[in-house]
Design a protein around this ligand. Structure first.
Ligand code: PHE
Length: 359
């Protein structure tokens, strides 16, 4: 039996098939139930034994050969299809992800992070204290005795004691200064800490809310002076407002817990309602400061004959309003989502000095 013509025909057709459907047609035409090879196989039964043996062997070989060619071609076609898909559907996994907004960081939180980064760079650790304080930490230990007028000035919120408990009531802390006492009592001297946090006073208008934020600073060591204080405030202002220089003025003032005491002013100008720091004829009030009073050191268990140092307190909300041009303080705490989306910061951009604070 001469099968060379059939062989050439089907191997040629398999090689020429351009897709899997065409290849399947070739398979059916050769090896399908009604295919030519199958038809020849069906004739074997009517042959003489000798002839059948030879023809059967030839047909088996041919069938296997065509089958192998079809399989090889099928594999090649599907490899090519995969290659084409990979080319059209490729994905550059090295591309940066598309930013997805997952809420925003409140400007107060942002500014607290910025302050922490700036003061950490100057060697200040973060200290904490409770918002519900005893009157001893909030007042007495800070040299504000019960009859002192500063107690009235602070418009304090008092917490009720249980009936029959006649110890003095707890207060909502009116400033972050009690954290000075807690930090010194806990860690002793020398010490360098900042304490950002919430404070409370009974006051409400466009520039006051009953809850607001302060940052306390405290540095105690054996040879600390007002000059160190001024340098720290100047460095802070330059870093925070991201300007090359800021003129700082200390205006004589009075706080029971510092002696001498000063108000901190930054030189500034207002051009078209825009604040410019470091130039101009206006002064911007930023907070209070001074050398820690010996009585305060003693209340916190530190010997004022060996140690002295400075403390300062700045209003965080005001700093945020100034830096980010936010006009109304009350809007800070209304929780209006449109306001938060407008003034908020991207959740994953943590401020640090190397990366640019507000970048
Ligand atoms: N605690 C003061 C206030 O709330 C600010 C201050 C802090 C002043 C530290 C001097 C030293 O007004």
């Amino acid at each position: 039996m001469d099968t060379s013509a059939l062989r050439a025909k089907f191997l040629g057709a398999a090689a020429a098939a351009s897709d899997e459907a065409a290849l399947e047609e070739v398979r059916l035409a050769a090896l399908g139930k009604k295919g030519e090879i199958s038809a020849l196989m069906a004739t074997l039964g009517k042959m003489e034994p000798e002839e059948r043996k030879a023809a059967g062997a030839t047909l088996n070989i041919l069938r296997d050969e065509i089958d192998a060619a079809l399989r090889a071609k099928k594999a090649a076609l599907s490899d090519a299809a995969l290659d084409a898909r990979l080319k059209s559907e490729w994905l550059d996994v090295t591309m940066p992800a598309r930013p997805r907004r997952m809420g925003t960081i409140h400007p107060v939180s942002q500014v607290m992070e910025e302050l922490t980064a700036i003061f950490a760079d100057m060697g200040f650790a973060v200290a904490e204290g409770p918002q519900v304080e005893t009157d001893w930490y909030n007042f007495d230990a800070l040299n504000i005795p019960p009859e002192h007028p500063a107690r009235q000035e602070h418009d304090t919120f008092f917490m009720h004691r249980a009936d029959g408990d006649d110890r003095p009531p707890h207060v909502l802390r009116t400033h972050t200064s009690p954290v000075q006492i807690r930090a010194m009592t806990e860690k002793g001297a020398p010490i360098r800490v900042i304490a950002p946090g919430r404070v409370y006073r009974m006051d409400m208008d466009q520039t006051h809310t009953p809850m607001f934020h302060q940052i306390e600073g405290l540095a105690i060591d054996k040879d600390i002076s007002m000059a160190n204080l001024k340098w720290v405030i100047e460095e802070f202002a330059k870093a925070f407002f991201e300007v090359p220089s800021v003129e700082v003025r200390f205006r004589a003032s009075h706080f029971p817990f510092t002696e001498p005491s000063a108000e901190i002013d930054f030189r500034c100008s207002w051009v078209g309602g825009q604040l410019r720091l470091g130039e101009g004829d206006s002064w911007l009030e930023a907070g209070g400061c001074g050398m820690v009073h010996p009585k305060v050191l003693r209340a916190a268990g530190i010997d004022p004959d060996q140690y002295q140092g400075f403390a300062f307190g700045l209003g965080i909300d005001r700093l945020a309003m100034l830096k980010y041009g936010i006009p109304d303080l009350r809007a800070f705490f209304e929780g209006d989502l449109r306001w938060l989306r407008h003034y908020g910061f991207a959740a994953l951009d943590m401020p640090d000095l190397a990366g640019g604070l507000s970048a």
